[in-house]
Design a protein around this ligand. Structure first.
Ligand code: ZN
Ligand code: ZN
Length: 371
C-alpha cells in the first residue's frame, strides 16, 4: 500500500509499504480522509519524543472498513466509519476512577498512520472509540472527530467536568447543572458559570473551543495572531478578537469583561509566557484551562496571592475520554461545526509535504489529505 513516511524531520517520502493484516479485535480501515494536526506539524519540523522515525504520521481520519480481525462485532467490510486513534484499557487505576484520559496504556495503544491508504486500528479503539459514519456526514468532516473530542474535554474541564455541551445554538439552560449549591459557601449560584470566556490562540484547537462555547451561549473573546486566523475566529462566531501581535491582550481582555476578567480562560498556545499571563485574564473565582502543552521540564511562575486570594483554579487538561468522543460525534452529526473554517484545502497523499509547508507558513488551519 502507499504511505507517506517521515524519514527524518523535514523529509517525507511516499513509499510502498506492507499492508497490515488485522489481528484479533483489530480493524483495517481504508482511509478516505485524513486531516493534518499540530502534532504532525511539530513532528515534521523537529521530530517527536514519542514517535520514533521513520514513521507514518496522521491520526485524524475517517474511512471504510476493509477487513476486521476475529472477535470484532458491529463492524464489517464496507462500513463507513469515523474514529479517534486511542482508547482506554478500562481496567487500570485511572480507568477504574473514571479518568480514562489518564489510562496507563492510552499512549501505547494509539494508532498512527492515517497518511496512508490503510490504517490499522487496535482493539481498544474498535471497542471504545470507533463509530459508524452516517451518509449525511462527509468523510472530510467526519475526520474532525479527534480534535473536536479534545476540545470537548477542554470545555468540560472549564465547566468543572460536568455538563453536556448543548446540541443547539444559544442554549443556556443546559448549563444550569453547573450552577450547583456549594456546601462551603452555602450560596446557590443563579447564573451560568461560563458567560464570558477568553480563548487564547486562534489555531484549530482554539477555534474548536470557540465553536463549542458559542453553542453554549457564552460570549467569547479570542486572542491570536495573524489576520487569516482571526478572520476564521470571526467566521466561527467570536464576539471579539484581539490581535496579540499588535495589542495589549490583558488591557483589551479586561476592558471587554468590566475589568473583572473572564469566567474561564482557555490557553491553547502552549507557550510558558502565555500560561503565566493567563492567570491575570481570569476573573476572581475563575478557571484557567491549560490546554496547550509546554515541553516537559518547562517551568512557569504564578503570583501566589492571585491564585490564593482570588480563588483562581488552574486546570491541566490532556486528551479525552470516550464520553468526550461520543459527544464530539453527536455534534459533528448534527452539523454544528462551520467545517469550512477548519479545512483550508485538499491534497493527495503524495503532496502531504506541500500541505505541511503551508501550515508552517501559517497559511491555513487544517488540510485534508485524500489517499
Ligand atoms: Zn490531532
Ligand atoms: Zn486504563
Amino acid at each position: 500500500m502507499k504511505a507517506c513516511v517521515l524519514i527524518e524531520p523535514g523529509r517525507l517520502e511516499c513509499r510502498d509499504i506492507e499492508k497490515p493484516m488485522p489481528g484479533a479485535g483489530e480493524a483495517l480501515v481504508r482511509v478516505r480522509a485524513a486531516l493534518t494536526c499540530g502534532t504532525d506539524l511539530k513532528t515534521f519540523r523537529r521530530g517527536h519524543p514519542m514517535i520514533p522515525l521513520p514513521a507514518v504520521l496522521g491520526h485524524e481520519y475517517s474511512g471504510v472498513i476493509e477487513a476486521v480481525g476475529p472477535g470484532v462485532d458491529g463492524f464489517k467490510p464496507g462500513h463507513a466509519v469515523m474514529g479517534v486513534h486511542s482508547g482506554p484499557c478500562g481496567q487500570c487505576f485511572f480507568c477504574a476512577r473514571n479518568q480514562p484520559q489518564l489510562c496507563e496504556t492510552i499512549m501505547d495503544s494509539k494508532a498512527l498512520g492515517s497518511f496512508a491508504e490503510f490504517m490499522l486500528l487496535p482493539e481498544v479503539v474498535v471497542k471504545n472509540n470507533l463509530f459508524h459514519k452516517p451518509d449525511s456526514v462527509s468523510f472530510e468532516h467526519a475526520a474532525l472527530l479527534e480534535p473536536l473530542a479534545c476540545a470537548v474535554h477542554g470545555v468540560r474541564s472549564a465547566m468543572n467536568g460536568d455538563g453536556k455541551i448543548p446540541a443547539v445554538h444559544g442554549v443556556r439552560s443546559a448549563m444550569n447543572g453547573v450552577g450547583t449549591t456549594t456546601a462551603v459557601h452555602g450560596v446557590k449560584s443563579a447564573r451560568s458559570a461560563l458567560e464570558k470566556v477568553l480563548v487564547i490562540g486562534a489555531g484549530p484547537i482554539g477555534l474548536l473551543h470557540l465553536v463549542l462555547l458559542k453553542r453554549m451561549g457564552a460570549r467569547v473573546i479570542v486572542s491570536g495572531r495573524g489576520k487569516k486566523r482571526l478572520d476564521a475566529a470571526l467566521e466561527c462566531g467570536a464576539d471579539h478578537v484581539i490581535d496579540a501581535a499588535v495589542s495589549d491582550v490583558r488591557r483589551e481582555a479586561l476592558a471587554l469583561t468590566n475589568e473583572r476578567g473572564a469566567d474561564a480562560v482557555i490557553e491553547c498556545t502552549g507557550r510558558p509566557e502565555v500560561w503565566e499571563e493567563s492567570v491575570w485574564l481570569a476573573r476572581r473565582g475563575g478557571t484557567v484551562v491549560l490546554f496547550g502543552g509546554c515541553p516537559a521540564g518547562t517551568r512557569v511562575g504564578f503570583d501566589a496571592g492571585r491564585i490564593h486570594y482570588d480563588e483562581i483554579t488552574l486546570k491541566g487538561v490532556f486528551h479525552f475520554s470516550p464520553g468526550d468522543v461520543r459527544e464530539a460525534r453527536d455534534i459533528i452529526i448534527d452539523g454544528g461545526i462551520p467545517f469550512g473554517a477548519f479545512i483550508s484545502g485538499e491534497y493527495p497523499l503524495s503532496e502531504l509535504s506541500i500541505a505541511l509547508e503551508r501550515l508552517l507558513r501559517g497559511d491555513g488551519v487544517k488540510f485534508c489529505i485524500k489517499p
